[in-house]
Design a protein around this ligand. Structure first.
Ligand code: HT7
Ligand code: ZN
Length: 873
């Protein structure tokens, strides 16, 4: 397979002004008739993309064309040798959606037809200029059996619907907004819907509908509410109004990602829409809220202004993730949201940036674009927009955003246009800042300091570096906004006075780090302050400062920046666990630093009103995060050390955990709210600790929570605490009962599968293989694959990294099997193996050998080939 390069970009020679599509849906095949109104500057060859299509006929301006003399066709293209500058091309193709397991293009999920065209799925529907800079007006006619497929949907407005002979019916949809074909969508099925309305800021009445399979009609209300809140928020915060009379969401069970922002017809993975208290956890609710908002926000950041080419993917994804994180933050606790985002970034995106697939947020090349829907494009892309927001301030950022939308409405543009609009609106020079777009890797800041008692000057020395990544060894310095606070001896924020410009600034000062080495002098101190660095995680960098444990405890107790208070605790715990893991390897006796235990005790006894924050403060860094901090990592030593810390805390503080549990356990009926979620998360954390304690048998507490609670969040917490505990008999009884009760609810069954696949107590590869063989598992369903294979390989690190290497071989077998069915999903599963260089000794080598075995498999997809081959370099 060949790579495609950004430097080779050329504007299209032809565009499609209008696209008329007719879908004739029959059980054995679907015919697609397309009529394209084409315009170019001059006559020439027309090269259309197409894959897995059966070509029926081609016409040019009403005349039939012949293969060979007029056009040629192969596995990837239909080439018409010569067309005039203005013409109409009519193409008929035949496809088999019911056999499409890749879930790209038109496919069938649970008896319903649906589409997924981003990034390059439209070419599996018909021959087309399948690139985002070709934007067209669409008219879509769908003809299908009325009893089987009573609901026929596409983008835009319904302009005609009528009955036809033979039990069929027809629907004609017209979308007045020109769009790239990746935003095209079609749905045909037997669906029910709920309906609501939203009046936009200029007074337009919009009909909102959520379509689902009949049995799910009672699980749509929360998504509808989230949609209305998103619409309002986008008007208030960004001045963005919805632009059609109708907005539809459809839930489907088989979906490769979370959701898709097709113009006015968003298609969602059912796990990202359906919720009620019995079938969705708090986590699911918050994910649904964020994804509904994300897809809605794409209507402007993605659809009205789209990407010129797929190298610009972060233009829409980074900006939209930034927007949805602002929304979620406004809906709940900003600090907790920030902690969640940073945890994901530092655990998974930093690993990506340090691995063989590292790429800039605007990549320079790819083999398969589906592999680039990454944490780098999404989460790091959002961090880059966030830094622009912080550098410009809220008002200028809003002016920049307004200018961007106004300048580029209806266009397909690049990240450069985004940065330029921000620059033009604010007058702030972002020249050096642009390095974030084309350089991969996580910058590292090494900070040291010095205090001069005689002058009262406090100096910070900051050095920035960035390790080599596959695209370049040498890095230009990044422009890094570093938010800083300086705490006096009492723990209060000192006034920060930069000696160079002498003026007083706020208690948090944003320093612009632009050089490889920089020095800042602050004056007016009577004693050495404690630095609170990178407040609110102001830049996606790794920070090194030689904090003592005493300093970390001081920050944890006093820092006015909530994020840094939490982070001080995480740094302390990381230091303790990693030190213990060295001792595990040296065979030394283990002992947990008393100061950590005292801190936890104090936190537990404090009467904190912010339960969600308290839960974060009492959570140890995850195993994945700890592995990330120690290269090369000895997974088993880190696991043993972390488990030892948890058990020590559980044993020594079980009474405090119990009393915190009891204080937060009430009989209030379930209600998804920031307060309720905070309480439940804290309670669940306490329960997990309690079940790890050998100072008492707390299994009954979990069993009773499982049996008596009215909501899935508490039941799931109880079950997963049991599943990971020594109380395996009780765990099995409850888990079996849970499955019996919920076997008809796919999303609940997926949660059940993921609890078992992620359990510490699973019987290794044999255990997870039992789940694969279970009737609840279906390898063709991506949610089930993620729940079992994804969770085992990505989260159950202890068992995945079993010393025999059996976990790696098992995963390879699944990847090879899946590659025949769904290459996108197969390629994503390669992720855990790509980290082989970070795993110490033989383990890492075994992972590498497993990758080599996958690479030698015949007929690998481009998707899997790209990830595997790049990981082996
Ligand atoms: N923009 C959407 C991307 C997407 C996607 C990409 C590749 C394969 C399948 C897919 N489903 C959805 C999702 C989003 O970021 O909003
Ligand atoms: Zn998106």
């Amino acid at each position: 397979p060949k790579a495609i390069y950004l430097k080779d970009y050329e504007a299209p020679k032809f565009t499609v002004l209008h696209t008329a599509l007719t879908f004739l849906i029959e059980e054995e095949a679907t015919e697609v008739h397309s009529l394209l109104s084409i315009q170019g500057e001059a006559a020439g060859e027309l090269k259309l993309n197409g894959q897995a299509l059966e070509l029926v006929s081609v016409e040019l301006d009403g005349g039939a064309l012949s293969e060979g003399s007029d056009f040629s066709v192969d596995d990837d293209f239909l080439v018409i040798h010569q067309i005039p500058a203005h013409c109409k091309v009519a193409i008929k193709t035949r496809i088999k959606p019911q056999e499409n397991t890749a879930l790209e293009g038109l496919y069938k999920s649970a008896g319903m037809y649906c589409t997924q065209c981003e990034a390059e799925g439209f070419r599996r529907i018909t021959y087309f200029l399948d690139r985002p800079d070709v934007m067209s007006i669409y008219d879509v006619t769908i003809i299908a059996d009325k009893s089987k497929y009573p609901v026929l949907l596409s983008n835009g407005n319904l302009v005609e619907s009528k009955e036809l002979e033979g039990g069929k019916h027809l629907a004609h949809w017209h979308d007045p907004h020109k769009k790239p074909c990746y935003l095209f969508a079609l749905v045909a099925g037997d669906l029910r819907h709920i309906e609501d309305r939203f009046t936009t800021m200029s007074g337009t009445d919009v009909t909102l509908r959520i379509y689902v399979e009949p049995q799910n009609i009672d699980k749509c209300d929360f998504a509808m509410d989230a949609l209305k809140r998103s619409m309002k928020w986008d008007e208030e915060r960004y001045g963005r109004e919805y632009d059609l009379d109708i907005f539809n969401i459809v839930a489907v069970d088989d979906f490769n990602m979370g959701a898709m922002e097709n113009k006015s017809l968003n298609i969602f993975n059912s796990s990202c829409v359906l919720a009620n208290s019995a079938t969705a956890t708090d986590n699911a609710y918050s994910r649904i809220e964020a994804i509904v908002a994300h897809e809605y926000f794409h209507n402007w950041s993605g659809n009205r202004v789209t990407c010129r080419d797929w190298f610009q993917l972060s233009l829409k994804e980074g900006f939209t993730v930034f927007r949805d994180s602002q929304f979620s933050s406004d809906m709940s606790s900003p600090v907790v949201k920030r902690i969640d985002d940073v945890n994901l970034l530092r655990t998974a995106q930093f690993a990506e940036d340090a691995g063989p697939m590292a790429h800039p947020i605007r990549p320079a090349s790819f083999i398969e674009i589906s592999n680039f829907y990454t944490l780098t494009i999404y989460e790091k892309g959002a961090e880059v927009v966030r830094m622009i927001h912080n550098l410009l301030g809220e008002d200028k950022f809003r002016e920049g955003s307004d200018l961007y939308f106004q300048r580029h409405d209806g266009q397909a543009v690049t990240t450069e246009e985004f940065v330029k609009a921000m620059e033009d609106a604010s007058g702030i020079d972002l020249t050096q800042f642009r390095n974030w777009y084309h350089q991969a890797g996580t910058p590292e800041l090494s900070v040291t300091d010095q205090f001069d008692e005689t002058t009262g000057d406090y100096k910070l020395f900051i050095k920035q570096t960035c390790r080599p990544t596959p695209e370049s060894d040498k890095k230009e310095p990044f422009h890094i906004p570093m938010a800083l606070g300086l705490l006096d001896e009492e723990g209060n924020d000192a006034q920060i006075t930069l000696k160079s410009d002498g003026k007083f600034n706020q208690k948090t000062q944003v320093l612009s780090i632009t050089e490889p080495e920089q020095e800042f002098i602050f004056s007016g101190f009577s004693a050495k302050p404690t630095p609170s660095l990178l407040r609110d995680f102001s830049a996606p960098v790794k920070l090194h400062y030689p904090y003592t444990r005493e300093q970390l405890l001081f920050l944890l107790a006093h820092d006015s920046d909530g994020f840094n208070r939490w982070d001080a605790g995480q740094t302390l715990a990381t230091d303790i666990v990693l030190e213990l893991s060295e001792q595990v390897q040296a065979g030394e006796p283990l002992e947990v630093d008393d100061r950590l235990i005292e801190t936890f005790e104090k936190l537990l006894k404090e009467d904190s009103s912010d339960k969600a924050m308290l839960c974060k403060m009492l959570s140890l860094p995850s195993l994945a995060f700890l592995i990330e901090q120690s290269v090369p990592a000895n997974v088993h030593a880190i696991y043993t050390a972390r488990t030892f810390v948890r058990q020590t805390l559980a044993n020594q503080l079980h009474e405090a955990f119990l009393s915190c549990y009891q204080q937060n356990h009430d009989d209030e009926p379930y209600n998804y709210s920031a307060e309720g979620t905070g309480k439940r998360s804290l309670k669940s954390l306490c329960l997990h600790y309690l079940l790890e304690s050998d100072q008492g048998d707390y299994s009954q507490l979990a069993i009773s929570q499982y049996q008596n609670s009215d909501n899935l969040t508490d039941q799931h917490a109880a079950l997963s605490a049991l599943a990971n505990s020594r109380f395996q008999v009780q765990a099995k009884a409850c888990l079996d009962e849970f499955y019996e009760k919920w076997q008809h609810e796919p999303l609940v069954v997926n949660l059940w599968l993921s609890m078992l696949a992620g359990s510490d107590r699973i019987d290794g590869v044999e255990g997870v293989e039992e789940l694969i063989a279970h009737p609840a598992f279906d390898i063709k369903n991506p949610n089930k694959v993620r729940s079992v294979i994804g969770v085992f390989a990505g989260q159950n690190l202890r068992h995945f990294h079993t010393q025999t290497g059996a976990g790696y071989e098992w995963l390879a077998d699944k990847i090879i099997l899946l590659d025949r069915l769904n290459p996108q999903i197969a390629a994503r599963l390669v992720g855990p193996l790509t980290k082989w260089q970070r795993i110490v000794g033989e383990g890492g080598q075994k992972m590498r050998n497993t990758l080599a075995r996958i690479e030698s498999t015949e007929n690998l997809s481009k998707d899997v080939y790209e990830v595997v081959s790049k990981s082996l370099v």
